[in-house]
Structure formats: structure tokens, C-alpha cells
Design a protein around this ligand. Structure first.
Ligand SMILES: Cc1cc2nc3c(=O)[nH]c(=O)nc-3n(C[C@H](O)[C@H](O)[C@H](O)COP(=O)(O)O)c2cc1C
Length: 358
């Protein structure tokens, strides 16, 4: 079981957080290839859609062996549907674990009692865990929560309810649902959650720089951390964090270990190619007949569009680590790319531009 496999080595768990439209197979493969992360959590998928045989949703749970150990997150509010969805995912893809989203604050999700709304419905949340455990055998079931709905002490009663129902691991984001993404993740309250929890607990929220991993672990006493935005545009986050644990002559204040631009460009291009191949595959699965007659170029064009958001993360000034005069123009070209060829051409020009500066 993935949780004990890591903890038994006396290690803290470094996990990639689930992020809708971001932690797909392509990004998880890149994070894994670079190394440092112990486990990757894939973006949430709808239990209702899985049970309705939605091929695109099922396709979103596909992964390659190099991504293991992997945890698939699902969301839903009906205990039997959630159990059926867990069965479907396990049969179809066989991930190391399944995670329930009980933290999403978005109205579209919470209005149907999904996501963070389940923190207001403890008996229903417990029923979901119990029904899923019945079909999951030895596969660990984890839950991702917030501090509470609008009360930042909601976790104090919610965690024991989840544990009683049989959950194997809890991740807590140190904000309430009402806070959304405002304010800061309260690591002191996460410490209180860790003191209550009897199952392993991961700390989440505002661990944006690799060196903060060790600070967060010290402050919260958690069994590990889950990293979301820190890893966007920086799949080297986990590798950097490990290097900073025992810095060899490097100052902690660096906040990271500098990755050279050419190394970054190579990884970005590989990520883009994997992304396009993957989304083209998903599109083909979802619209078998409609795609007849669609050219490979047209398919690439629609697939690269969803890569643009990764590009804006890769080229944020906080992620680049170096000042590049004229980067604004490159950025605006990058967020309009239509093909891999165009991306290659812009990145080549960017590299030449930077080389001229040094
Ligand atoms: C683009 C994006 C998509 C997200 N999608 C999910 C999701 O599918 N499931 C989930 O539990 N949390 C989701 N989250 C929340 C993150 O996993 C994480 O809890 C939150 O961003 C706080 O962590 P951070 O400060 O490390 O970013 C998402 C966050 C972002 C920025």
C-alpha cells in the first residue's frame, strides 16, 4: 500500500496535489521523470460521469506505469455512485489509491453537495467512505478536506468522523471553503489537525517554494506535504526540495535550485508533445465518429490550446528565476501558439535572445 511503503522508510510523503485540467497524465509523467515526488494525485473526475459510462471521463483516469504510485481523485455525493465509480476506476486503470474531493469550493461542485459541501454533511461523508471501502479491498482510500466550511475548526469534529468510517489518509488545506483562496493557509491549525488525526495526514496550502516544504513539515508535524501551485511551471519542485533538505553549500534563501533555460526548454517541449498526444487520444475516445475527416493538424491545434495555461505558468517571472528583458513579448506569443512547430520556433528564438544577453 503506497502510504506505508513511503512512511515505513521513515520518509515524509511529497505528493503532487490534484489540479483540474493540470495534473493529467502528461504533467504527471513529467513530474515523475524529473523525480522527487513520492506520489501523484490525478485531477478530480466525476463519479456520476464514470457511472454513466462517459468515455472521456474514463479516459481521464488512464495513466502509464511510469506515473505510479498514483492516486485518482473522484468527486460525488451519492455513496453508492461513489462506490461504483471507485470500482470502475480500479478495474479500468488500477491506481494505487483513490481520493475523495471534500475540499473543492467552486459553486458548480458544492451546489450539488460535492466537494467542500460534504464538510457540512458529516453523516453523508461517512457513508460515502464506508460504501467505497466495501468495494476497495486493500486499496487505500484518502480524503482531501479544508479546515471547514466557514468555521476554521470544522476539521476537529470532521476528521474523527472520517477515521471512524475507515479512511486511510487525510490531506488538509489550511483554509475554509468560505475563504476560497484568500488569506493564507493556516499551518498552525494544520498542526492541530495532525494532533487529532490517527491516520497519516498531509499538509496543503501555500507551500510555494521548495524550501518551504521543510518549514511546513516542521510547523505542522504532518506526515507529508501536498504541493499544487508550487509545481505548476516548476515540475522540478520536488527534486529541488530534496536537494534543499541537506543543502550542500546552497543557501536556503535561494528558495530553489536554478534550472538552466535550455534544460527548461527541453522539458517544456517534451511536456507539450505528451500533452498533445494525450489530449488527441482523449478527444478521439470521446468523439469517435465526429473525428472522422478531422486532419492531424486540426487535432494538434485544438490540443495545443489547452497547453497554453502550462506555458503561462512556465514563463511567470516567479517561476523563471531569471530576469529576461523582452520576456513580455515572448509570453504573449506563447499564449497564442497553434502548433508544436510554432512552440519550437518561439522557444528557439527565446534561447538565442537569452544567449545574446550573456
Ligand atoms: C488550477 C487548480 C485546479 C485545482 N483542482 C483541484 C482538484 O481537482 N481537486 C482538489 O482536491 N483540489 C484542486 N485544487 C486545489 C489544490 O489541490 C490545492 O489544494 C490548493 O491549490 C492549495 O494548495 P497550493 O497552495 O499548494 O496551491 C486545484 C487548484 C488549482 C490551482
Amino acid at each position: 500500500m503506497w502510504i506505508n511503503d513511503i512512511l515505513d522508510q521513515n520518509k515524509k510523503i511529497l505528493a503532487l496535489s490534484p489540479m483540474a485540467d493540470m495534473t493529467d497524465s502528461a504533467f504527471c509523467q513529467i513530474v515523475r521523470q524529473i523525480g522527487g515526488a513520492d506520489v501523484v494525485f490525478r485531477e478530480m473526475v466525476s463519479a456520476e460521469a464514470l457511472v454513466r459510462d462517459n468515455e472521456k471521463t474514463l479516459g481521464m483516469t488512464d495513466f502509464v506505469d511510469a506515473e505510479r504510485p498514483i492516486v485518482q481523485q473522484i468527486f460525488g455525493a451519492d455513496p453508492l455512485t461513489m462506490a461504483k465509480a471507485a470500482e470502475i476506476v480500479m478495474e479500468h486503470a488500477g491506481p494505487e489509491g483513490i481520493d475523495i474531493n471534500m475540499g473543492c469550493p467552486v459553486y458548480k461542485i458544492t451546489s450539488n453537495f460535492n466537494g467542500a459541501a460534504l464538510m457540512k454533511e458529516a453523516p453523508l461523508a461517512a457513508e460515502i467512505v464506508r460504501e467505497m471501502k466495501k468495494v476497495m479491498g486493500d486499496t487505500p482510500l484518502s480524503v482531501k478536506i479544508r479546515l471547514g466550511w466557514d468555521d476554521d475548526e470544522g476539521f476537529k469534529t470532521f476528521i474523527p468522523v472520517l477515521e471512524e468510517a475507515g479512511v486511510d489518509l487525510i490531506t488538509i488545506h489550511g483554509r475554509t471553503k468560505a475563504q476560497g483562496y484568500s488569506g493564507v493557509s493556516n499551518w498552525d491549525l494544520i498542526r492541530q489537525a495532525k494532533e487529532i488525526a490517527t491516520v497519516p495526514l498531509l499538509a496543503n496550502g501555500d507551500i510555494h517554494e521548495p524550501h518551504q516544504v521543510w518549514e511546513a513539515l516542521e510547523r505542522t508535524g504532518a506526515d507529508g506535504v501536498m504541493i499544487a501551485r508550487g509545481a505548476l511551471g516548476n515540475p522540478w519542485f520536488f527534486e529541488e526540495a530534496l536537494k534543499l533538505r541537506h543543502p550542500k553549500g546552497q543557501s536556503k534563501d535561494l528558495g530553489g535550485v536554478q534550472i538552466s533555460l535550455d534544460k527548461k526548454i527541453r522539458v517544456i517541449l517534451e511536456h507539450a508533445k505528451l500533452h498533445v498526444a494525450n489530449s488527441a487520444k482523449l478527444k478521439a475516445q470521446a468523439k469517435k465518429n465526429i473525428l472522422l475527416g478531422v486532419t492531424a493538424e486540426e487535432l494538434e491545434k485544438t490540443s495545443i490550446v489547452t497547453f497554453r495555461k502550462h506555458l503561462s505558468w512556465y514563463f511567470k517571472s516567479t517561476k523563471l528565476g531569471i530576469e529576461i528583458p523582452g520576456i513580455k513579448e515572448f509570453r504573449s506569443e506563447l499564449v497564442r501558439i497553434q502548433s508544436i512547430g510554432e512552440l519550437e520556433e518561439i522557444l528557439k528564438r527565446l534561447e538565442e535572445h537569452v544567449n545574446k544577453l550573456v
